[in-house]
Design a protein around this ligand. Structure first.
Ligand code: CA
Length: 226
């Protein structure tokens, strides 16, 4: 089973995450400060690193910068809400992904699975798409939400893939019709509404946090609720 290094100075949070990861069958090592975290990360024993940004000693971005000189181990940054600069800097520095605190454990687990699969080279980097705890492995045509597989028809899959590739952007019916159905807008966009409804039933039903939203008078957007 995969070995994960967790670098996080909030001990309560670290223990909670460790418990959940262990429960999922991962082996977990913990470090509570940046310098120890970097030493442990450089050992190369881990399949994935969860790295907090605000850390005593060395901050997470500095740990990542130094680690990337010698290691390509996937790193998921744990960032504070609205710390946009940290996210951008983290991704520029070589982080594979980030989750924003406070995160749900389901979301974290989904990101971990996606990062590990991506690193294993299954299907290539571009085939992994996600929004919140929803993940799509495009090469394997596999969709999961909170770890549970969702069965989609060919058209629903294509529609969801286009939403994922353009997440947080409001997409008009005309746009969706042209990109997903592949023909020019002919005045009949009801088909889009019908398929969005099918898709919504499959991905958002039974979940408190909705991902597929209607923007009145404009179209639809796939994004995490804030
Ligand atoms: Ca911290």
């Amino acid at each position: 089973m995969a070995k994960i290094l967790l670098v996080e100075d909030e001990e309560k949070l670290a223990r909670f995450v460790e418990l959940e990861l262990t429960h999922e069958g991962y082996q977990v090592d913990k470090a509570f400060d940046g310098r120890t975290g970097l030493d442990m990360a450089e050992s190369g024993k881990h399949d994935l690193i969860l790295l907090d940004i605000m850390l005593p000693g060395l901050n997470g971005l500095e740990v990542l910068r130094r680690l990337r000189r010698s290691s390509h181990t996937p790193v998921i940054m744990l960032t504070a809400r609205d710390a946009v600069m940290d996210k951008v800097t983290g991704l520029d520095t070589g982080a594979d992904d980030y989750v924003t605190k406070p995160f749900s454990i389901e979301e974290l687990l989904a990101r971990i699975r996606a990062a590990l699969r991506k690193n294993a080279g299954d299907g290539g980097a571009d085939s992994q798409l996600f929004c919140g705890d929803l993940t799509m492995d495009a090469a394997r045509r596999r969709v999961e939400r909170a770890g549970r597989e969702i069965e989609l028809t060919g058209r629903e899959f294509a529609l969801l893939k286009y939403f994922l590739e353009n997440k947080t952007y409001v997409l008009t019916r005309e746009q969706l019709l042209e990109k997903v159905w592949g023909y020019e807008y002919l005045g009949e966009t009801n088909v889009v509404d019908v398929y969005v409804r099918y898709l919504r039933n499959k991905i958002d039903e039974d979940h408190d946090k909705k991902l597929l939203h209607t923007v009145r008078g404009v179209g639809y957007v796939l994004k995490e609720e804030t």
